[in-house]
Design a protein around this ligand. Structure first.
Ligand SMILES: [Zn+2]
Length: 306
């Protein structure tokens, strides 16, 4: 007799059979994570930069490379977008990732791409906040969890709607400016992963954002499963300890109370030795969508003049 009865209706809805596309090889990704502390200095640096407060930047991460986002000076939220480097129509799909993985992501979770592509763009390999919450459960006493997929980026339109004022440094605008060098526009900016952001749903089922608990040196790290373009915004709300809208906000005080809560973020990209990943069975994940041979029930009608 099992001690806990399974309840199919409240288990994860999206599941696969053992060995299927959601059954990740954890031992392999543990090895990737361990290269960060290997005595053999396996990682070489491809790129490193600091993203100043209230700004955005885009950068490439080639397949098999490892990217780390670091809270270099302490608590700060970052809004992350990801595209296939070679096809910006394939981009990170936050809502499907919530279903295939969960609403707050950590190690072993993957960030999936939009239809008709549908593949993991990256896999999380490191998260210094993975043991956040009560007894390392990932959830705190108020229901807050880290690395949020429930919400999306702040933007100047909702800001204008709520405050009657223009602000050009919300994450949507920071991301828009960041991707101009890649020929992309505002319409390419999409729902984000809120890195280091502590959020949940309150007892009214409303979205809340708590003060970011990241400390100096905390990081989130992922490996690129294909060539990707990333863009990150340092949220103008900083660590989100002060209200951005409503009572107590800049709107009500005619000041900028969130400025002092803003800190830069660091981005680091690393490469493993030639062949290291392939020797351990890694290969680029191709779009699952190519396997679908239907045409949405729209059959081709042969041309005829009779
Ligand atoms: Zn923001």
């Amino acid at each position: 007799m099992t001690s806990v009865a399974r309840n199919r209706l409240t288990e994860a809805a999206y599941q696969c059979l053992p060995g299927g596309p959601l059954d990740i090889n954890r031992a392999f990704y543990d090895q990737v994570a361990a290269t960060a502390v290997s005595a053999e200095a396996l990682r070489t640096t491809v790129e490193k930069f600091i993203l100043p407060i209230r700004s955005g930047k885009a950068w490439e991460v080639r397949k098999g490379d490892i990217c780390r986002i670091v809270a270099v000076e302490g608590a700060q939220v970052g809004d992350l977008n990801i595209w296939s480097l070679h096809n910006p129509r394939e981009r990170f799909w936050a809502s499907r990732t919530r279903q295939l993985q969960r609403a707050h992501i950590s190690v072993y979770d993957r960030l999936w791409s939009t239809l008709p592509y549908l593949r993991p763009l990256v896999t999380i390999t490191g998260d210094s906040l993975k043991d956040y919450g009560i007894n390392g459960s990932g959830i705190d006493a108020e229901g807050g969890r880290i690395h949020d997929l429930l919400g999306t980026r702040c933007d100047p339109y909702v800001n204008r709607m709520l405050t009657g004022k223009d602000n050009d440094y919300h994450c949507h605008s920071n991301l828009t400016r960041a991707i101009v060098p890649y020929g992309l526009t505002e319409f390419d900016v999409h729902d984000v992963l809120n890195v280091f952001q502590c959020t949940g749903l309150n007892d009214k089922d409303q979205y809340f954002m708590k003060t970011c608990p990241a400390k100096k040196g905390d990081y989130l790290e992922f490996i690129a499963e294909t060539d990707v373009l990333c863009a990150l915004s340092t949220c103008p709300g900083g660590d989100l300890s002060k209200a951005m809208w409503g009572e107590g906000s800049a709107e009500s005080t005619n000041a900028d109370p969130t400025l002092e809560c803003c800190r830069p973020l660091g981005v680091e990209v690393y490469r493993l030795p030639d062949g290291w990943l392939v020797e351990r069975g890694w290969k680029e994940i191709l779009p699952n969508g190519t396997a679908y041979q239907g045409r949405h029930a729209m059959k081709e009608v042969p041309f005829s003049i009779s």
